[in-house]
Design a binder for this molecule. Structure first.
Ligand code: NAD
Length: 471
């Protein structure tokens, strides 16, 4: 079924079905796609495709991935329009970040396809070497906050290394992946190598997690769901699991920081995509000597942010859904009830029926408050005052999460000490929320298992085989 979507005055044709074995398939016509039947797994089209894709010359795999990246650029305007309409992302942010980062991801892994190799070891009288082989059929489950980018983070390394994928997008944001499926077909991936399911988590997502003929699951989403996936994998076929989960990242501003830079990056740290970012800097700790100065400048920056729809050129768009909007408001209410001070904002914004929230700053917070412990996923930040480095590091690490963190200081020795002390997978010094996709990304503690991005993610998609050969 092809639907014509009118988005921001663009008319975009989009298939709105499942993409299985190289064809658009409508489940309502009784075509039951295999991943919904976890008990058999025998007809999984992806399994057949794996036999040939895993043996396809790596340079050919690279060529098709490079072609996909080119097609993404050619259809960039449609991808941006779809992504903004589906998520509420601002047009300027999606144009500057989501699309270019997604294209770069596909190109980066296209470049890796023909550079996968094992090692030989000098062993007298025998040949001893390793081979690195694709794992097989990979189930991939993505969240709603960065649908296009997370899609590319997932399929890029999997397809480059010779695996085949069955990917399930988040129920509230399936559209950019549907557009990508069209481009994937056009790029020339053989049928069955890429399969897309736009289903619900508890049905399609859970079916992937417990499927007996899926060899690996790569999940990005909440810690609660990550736990379910791990359980399902453990009680089915012990498929390999990698998890990219939530965060509650600390951002530490020391007395000697450049205040202008600290304000600029801390604002980006909490406001990127309306705070709906797993590594958002949602806990800001400011040293006492600079506290008043920072708070004044940061408040002015938060106040200056314009709020409006995705297309209006505003700094901040709507939250992704009514559910998220209401969840943010209830966490703001909990902050008030527990005794924090609403220094700025704290309310919804009534505007065209959209899901807008005022940029919000809490002060007088305590470590045990919900707003200091739980992901808010909104433009809501808590600011606390600290005295010593030792004290702030203890507070910063007092969290179940460990995705990211950062500090602002001109003292290099202190920057090194803080980078080492933070129990988090990514640390920023004098910046925040900046990723290239080339360094590994992932979480300590309950923020995940394994790493995405860079060379590091390749090992998630490869088995290593040791071969001993008596000559
Ligand atoms: P979510 O866990 O509710 O959903 C994520 C995906 O899992 C969706 O596709 C959903 O349909 C699916 N799902 C839900 N229940 C399932 C089940 N029982 N079995 C299998 N799949 C199931 O998360 P969300 O609300 O979509 O995304 C926001 C969360 O994602 C936040 O916690 C955020 O921190 C996290 N996130 C993490 C990263 C990272 O790289 N660490 C990146 C983006 C988002």
């Amino acid at each position: 079924m092809i639907e014509i979507l009118t988005i921001n005055k663009r008319s975009i044709k989009l298939h709105t079905q499942l993409f299985i074995n190289g064809e658009w398939t409508d489940p309502k016509q009784g075509k039951k796609f295999d991943i919904e039947d976890p008990s058999t797994g025998k007809n999984l089209v992806a399994r057949k495709a794996f036999k040939t894709w895993s043996k396809t010359d790596a340079r050919e795999r690279a060529k098709i991935l490079f072609r996909l990246a080119d097609l993404m650029e050619q259809h960039g305007d449609d991808l941006i329009a779809i992504e903004c309409a589906d998520t509420g992302k601002t047009f300027k942010s999606c144009t500057a970040i989501d699309l270019p980062a997604s294209v770069a991801t596909i190109r980066y892994y296209a470049g890796w396809a023909d550079k996968i190799h094992g090692t030989t070891v000098n062993t007298p009288g025998m040949m001893a070497y390793t081979r690195r082989e694709p794992i097989g059929v990979c189930g991939q489950i993505t969240p709603w906050n960065f649908p296009l980018l997370m899609f590319c983070w997932k399929i890029g390394p999997a397809l480059a290394t010779g695996n085949v994928v069955v990917i399930k997008t988040a129920e509230s944001t399936p559209l950019s992946a549907l557009k990508m499926a069209e481009l994937i077909k056009e790029a020339g991936f053989p049928p069955g190598v890429f399969n897309l399911v736009s289903g619900f988590g508890k049905t399609a997502g859970a079916a992937i997690a417990k499927h007996m003929d899926i060899d690996k699951v790569a999940f990005t989403g909440s810690t609660v769901t990550g736990r379910e996936i791990l359980k399902a994998a453990a009680t089915s076929n012990l498929k390999k699991v990698t998890l990219e989960l939530g965060g509650k990242s600390p951002n530490i501003i020391f007395d000697d920081a450049d205040v202008e830079q600290a304000v600029k990056w801390s604002s980006f740290g909490i406001n990127l995509h309306m705070g709906q970012v797993c590594h958002a800097g949602s806990r800001i700790y400011v040293q006492e000597g600079i506290y008043d100065k920072f708070l004044k400048a940061f408040t002015a920056e938060m106040k200056s942010r314009t709020v409006g729809d995705q297309w209006s050129g505003s700094d901040q768009g709507p939250q992704n859904s009514k559910m998220q909007h209401d969840k943010i408001l209830s966490l703001i209410a909990s902050g008030r009830e527990e005794g924090a001070t609403v220094h700025l904002g704290g309310n919804k914004i009534e505007k065209d029926g959209g899901y807008y929230i005022e940029p919000t700053i809490f002060t007088d917070v305590r470590p045990e408050f919900k707003i200091m412990r739980e992901e808010i996923f909104g433009p809501v930040v808590s600011i606390a005052k600290f005295k010593t480095e030792e004290e702030v590091l203890e507070w910063a690490n007092d969290t179940d999460y460990g995705l990211a963190g950062g500090c602002f200081t001109k003292d290099y020795a202190r920057a090194v000490r803080v980078s080492e002390a933070l129990r988090a997978g990514t640390v920023w010094v004098n910046m925040f929320n900046f990723l290239t996709g080339i360094l590994p990304f992932g979480g300590y503690k309950q923020s995940g298992i394994g790493r995405e991005c860079g060379e590091a993610v390749l090992q998630n998609y490869l088995e290593t085989k040791s071969v001993y050969w008596n000559m």
